[in-house]
Design a protein around this ligand. Structure first.
Ligand SMILES: Nc1ncnc2c1ncn2[C@@H]1O[C@H](COP(=O)(O)OP(=O)(O)OP(=O)(O)O)[C@@H](O)[C@H]1O
Length: 244
């Protein structure tokens, strides 16, 4: 069972041009990295996938469960681009609050928050106030909040933005481990994010899918003389060059 967008059309406002027209996408298992230039439609796809926004035409499903069903919200979790600290609230309180908002009892949310923080390896920062955490740690708290209800699909909007190289490494390792249990779609502007952990790569431009396939088929778009360390960047540039 996976997340599927079928023939979706979406515009921000009635008089605005559609960002996505007749857009279809099926999320593969494992970790998929979503690439594309500014304004390509990455956040919009993630919002439709998370049912935070509803398509004007077409539908979004998890298996046979429509995005309007309560079960859909349990199965699919979303972490927005602009995650913010809650001053005074600890990491565990933050995650438990997210669970409570999703309909859990206080006791259940509190208990699951501990487990979710352990999954993102932040047990030792459970009692730290969220405004005392680094940007990378705060995003891991965001992932814990998204996972608190045992989602099967995790949609992450630029989770590594603003992280230093070491934090990126930690975050990518974390995603590599999570994808044993959860399918992840993660947007990014950093092609290095797809490194070894990504199973699939999807490239969007102008609201259309330019490429969607395994990381190897994506890298195969790089010109033949590309040095190994530059393959992802070269493949991305090549694909976009064909579009422009
Ligand atoms: N709230 C909004 N109101 C009006 N237009 C919007 C809104 N959000 C996005 N758009 C427009 O929709 C299009 C797609 O935006 P989207 O944020 O999905 O792209 P993106 O690929 O995530 O871009 P970025 O990499 O810059 O975050 C852009 O043309 C953008 O200007």
């Amino acid at each position: 069972m996976t997340l599927e967008l079928s023939s979706c059309t979406y515009a921000y406002g009635r008089r605005k041009a559609a960002v996505l027209t007749d857009f279809s996408y099926r999320l593969p298992p494992g970790l998929t990295v979503l690439l594309g230039p500014n304004g390509a439609g990455k956040s919009t796809v993630l919002k439709l996938g998370a049912s935070v926004a509803r398509p004007h035409r077409g539908d979004v499903r998890f298996g046979t469960t429509p995005s309007t069903a309560k079960a859909f919200r349990k199965a699919v979790a979303w972490m927005p681009q602009d995650i913010v600290a809650m001053p005074g609230m600890t990491a565990r309180e933050y995650v438990a609050y997210a669970g409570w908002l999703k309909g859990m009892s206080r006791a259940d949310a509190w208990c699951r928050a501990r487990r979710a923080l352990a999954r993102v390896e932040l047990t030792d920062r459970s009692d730290s106030r969220t405004n005392d955490l680094s940007g990378g740690q705060l995003r891991r708290v965001g992932v814990a909040a998204a996972l608190v209800h045992d989602a099967q699909i995790l949609l992450l909007d630029e989770p590594t933005a603003g992280m230093d190289p070491r934090q990126r490494r930690v975050f990518r390792d974390l995603l590599g481990r999570l994808t044993d249990e959860v399918s992840v779609l993660m947007s990014t502007h950093d092609v290095a994010d797809l490194a070894e952990e990504a199973d699939h790569v999807t490239v969007l431009a102008g609201g259309r899918v330019l490429h969607s396939g395994t990381t190897d088929t994506f890298l195969a778009h790089a010109p033949q003389d590309t040095p190994p360390g530059r393959l992802a960047e070269a493949a991305y540039t090549e694909l976009l060059g064909r579009y422009e």
